[in-house]
Design a protein around this ligand. Structure first.
Ligand SMILES: *Cc1c(COP(=O)(O)O)cnc(C)c1O
Length: 291
C-alpha cells in the first residue's frame, strides 16, 4: 500500500503560558501530507489495507460539503488505486466548496443525499456492488481507532495528551495507544453531545474513564465567534502554528483556557496533537485569518 511518510511528524516546544509552569509541546501531524493531513491518514490506513485484502475496488464514505474526511479519503484512494464515492449530506449546491472540488479532482464521485436519507446513511441502489467497501462517516470504527493508536510520539514524555473530538475515533485510538501513566483528554467540537463518551468507550480495548471537556465548541460544530477567530490569529502570531476553525483552533483554545484555570498541576507535561484539518479554513472569507 502507498502510505504517507509518518516520520515527518515533529514535536515543537511552544512557550505557551510558561508562567503557569506547565510544559506544552505540539505534535504536528498536520505536516504529514498536504491533503491527507493529520488524524485522517491514521484513521484511514487500516480501512484501506482491509479493503485491499478483501479485494474491494471501490471505497464509499460519507461526509458534509466541507469534510476533511471526504477529501482525505479521495486523496488516499487516488494514491492507492481505489475508486471512491463520497456521499455528501444535503442537496447538491450550485457552487461546490473547495473540499468538494478537490475531492472530485482526486477522482471521487460525489453523490448528494437529502438530509433525511443521509441521516439514515442510505446508499443509493445504483451504487450497490459486491466490491464496495464502506467506511463510516468520519472514519468512525475499530480500524480507525487502531490506526490512530499508531501515531508516533514519545509515549513516556507526557502526563496529558490533548485531542480534538468529532466522532471520537481519534481519541479512542490515542487512549488505546497511550502509556498507562498518561491521560488523554478530549476537547469536543460539538455542542453538548454527551453521546461522545460512549462513542469513545465503545472503541476502547481496555475499560478506561473517558474525559471529554464540552466547554469549547463556540456554538457548535463549525461555529465560531470573533473572539475565537482573534485567538486563532494571535496564536499564529505567537507560535507560527496555523489552526483550523472547526477542530484544532478549539483544541488549542481549550487547552490554553484549561491551563489558565490551573486545571493541570504545576510541572505537568502536556502534548497537544495538532490533528490537521487546515483545508477547512478555505471555506472562510479570505480576510478572516492572517495565515
Ligand atoms: C476529523 C478531525 C477530527 C475529529 O476526529 P474524530 O476521530 O472524528 O474524533 C479532529 N481534528 C481534525 C483536524 C479532523 O480533521
Amino acid at each position: 500500500m502507498q502510505t504517507v511518510d509518518e516520520k515527518l511528524i515533529t514535536t515543537d516546544f511552544i512557550p505557551f503560558l510558561s508562567r503557569k509552569r506547565v510544559r506544552v509541546s505540539v505534535l504536528r501531524t498536520d505536516k504529514i501530507h498536504p491533503v491527507i493531513s493529520g488524524n485522517k491518514w491514521f484513521k484511514l490506513k487500516y480501512y484501506l489495507e482491509d479493503a485491499k485484502i478483501q479485494n474491494k475496488k471501490r471505497i464509499i464514505t460519507f461526509g458534509g460539503a466541507y469534510s476533511n474526511h471526504i477529501v482525505a479519503t479521495a486523496a488516499a484512494c487516488n494514491m492507492n488505486g481505489f475508486e471512491s464515492v463520497g456521499i455528501i449530506r444535503g442537496e447538491e449546491p450550485r457552487n461546490y466548496s473547495h473540499t468538494l472540488n478537490d475531492a472530485m479532482a482526486y477522482g471521487m464521485e460525489l453523490v448528494f443525499l437529502s438530509r433525511q436519507d443521509y441521516q439514515n446513511k442510505i446508499i443509493p441502489k445504483d451504487l450497490m456492488a459486491v466490491d464496495n467497501y464502506v467506511i463510516a462517516e468520519g472514519g468512525y470504527g475499530a480500524l480507525g481507532a487502531a490506526g490512530a493508536a499508531t501515531v508516533n510520539y514519545d509515549r513516556t514524555g507526557y502526563d496529558f495528551v490533548m485531542a480534538a473530538v468529532g466522532t471520537g475515533t481519534w481519541m479512542a485510538g490515542l487512549i488505546n495507544g497511550k502509556n498507562p501513566e498518561s491521560e488523554v483528554i478530549g476537547i469536543s467540537v460539538l455542542k453538548n453531545n454527551y453521546e461522545l463518551e460512549k462513542q469513545v468507550a465503545d472503541l476502547l480495548i481496555n475499560e478506561e474513564k473517558v474525559n471529554i471537556v464540552h466547554d469549547f465548541h463556540f456554538g457548535g460544530y463549525a461555529k465560531y465567534t470573533d473572539e475565537f477567530i482573534g485567538f486563532m490569529n494571535d496564536f499564529y502570531n505567537e507560535t507560527e502554528i496555523p489552526t483550523d476553525f472547526v477542530y484544532t483552533g478549539k483544541l488549542f483554545y481549550g487547552v490554553k483556557t484549561l491551563i489558565e484555570k490551573n486545571y493541570f498541576k504545576p510541572d505537568s507535561r502536556i502534548l497537544i496533537i495538532h490533528c490537521g484539518g487546515l483545508q477547512g479554513n478555505l471555506s472562510l472569507t479570505e480576510s478572516t485569518l492572517m495565515f
